[in-house]
Design a protein around this ligand. Sequence first.
Ligand SMILES: [Zn+2]
Length: 343
Amino acid sequence: MRATVMYGAGDVRVENVPDATMRERTDALIRVLRSCICGSDLWPYNSMEPSKHGRRMGHEFLGVIEDTGPEVAGLKVGDVVVAPFVWADNTCDFCRAGLHTSCRHGGQWGHALDGGQGEAMRVPQAQGTLVKVPVGEDSPLLASLLTLSDVFCTGHHGAVTSRVRRGSAVTVLGDGAVGLSAVLAARRLGAERIILMGRHKDRTDLGRTFGATDVVAERGAEGITRVRELTGGDGTPAVIECVGTEQSLQTAINVVRDGGVISRLGLAQYTHVPMGVDTMTRNITLTGGAAPVRAYMEELLPDVLNGSIDPGQVFDRTVGFGEVPDGYQAMADRDALKVLIRP
Ligand SMILES: [Zn+2]
């Protein structure tokens, strides 16, 4: 079968690899219908050391079940399923607490396993991992359903952990696919004021479609001043940080209202959090992290199925397998917001 392998910075290839096969009684085998490139895939694309054997890529995918092990209940051949970006048993103490990213029997796609940017996948802990979606293989909803695998659930995690609720005011830092998803998720939870900080107009325009009430294109000190002007000098009680740089975190600290919450979704590119005594006196909470998307999928699925939200609008380019390397380059060049892969 064909699959995407990264050999180093800027070196992504689609190659023939051994076919995905069943190994454990708890496995399922799926044929991939849709997958995509994640903003987090760009970090290795920009910096990975050359590797002889390469690394299988992709952790967001949706597919059709082709086989199930004898210990997999509730799923059958032909079901269309979405997978979260980590696999999990959905039964251990961490999973029961809604923290599937810390599952005692879970793990990450790629590495020693198949990656989502391929034709087929062996799915460990299939019963706990996969969520059946009641659509056909050619449903027009596939792109939006795919966002439940990571990007939209991640935005939702930011909104939930920053305590967005009906009537909230929230600032979202970053106009990438996660930031825009956070806007949509905050709107869905009833936020009334959503300030989106981003400087790419085509992206912030989609942010307005998703529910942003204000867009701040300035960065650094100017951006902080602008958000404070918009909020009577106080900042917003909720801030969702979707960039991952120290500068962005510093901006978040400066635009959060005293007593407020900052949720981090951007993959942290810093090792120290600049929160000293000045932030103690302001009683700021710092939370967020890798989203336990499996905990959110069933809650968000009905809104995608009934069309009340359309998170798949973050995909602005679709490629076939042959063009996956071009898809990476387009995202790295910011020519594409998020690239959908259709085998
Ligand atoms: Zn678990």
